[in-house]
Design a protein around this ligand. Sequence first.
Ligand SMILES: [Zn+2]
Length: 86
Amino acid sequence: MSLDTKGQRARMLRLLAVVEHYERNSAAGAQLMRGTRYELAVQATDVNGDRCLFPACNCTQADCSRRPPAGPQLSWSGPRGGWKMR
Ligand SMILES: [Zn+2]
């Protein structure tokens, strides 16, 4: 793993923390952060490949061990999969 990949993963985690902060603390946060989540998902698939579920899974690793919790939610399944209701 290159240092640059590690740096990219670290940046994605920091950005996700910001996104989640706004989603929790602002009434319009989920709406405002939707585009940022989309960009995070695109960036994660660039770094980790199309199977990466970040930001839904929180792990930023290519071998995704943490699955998002079960239940109905919007999930990102990569640029070709798009958003899906699960
Ligand atoms: Zn993951």
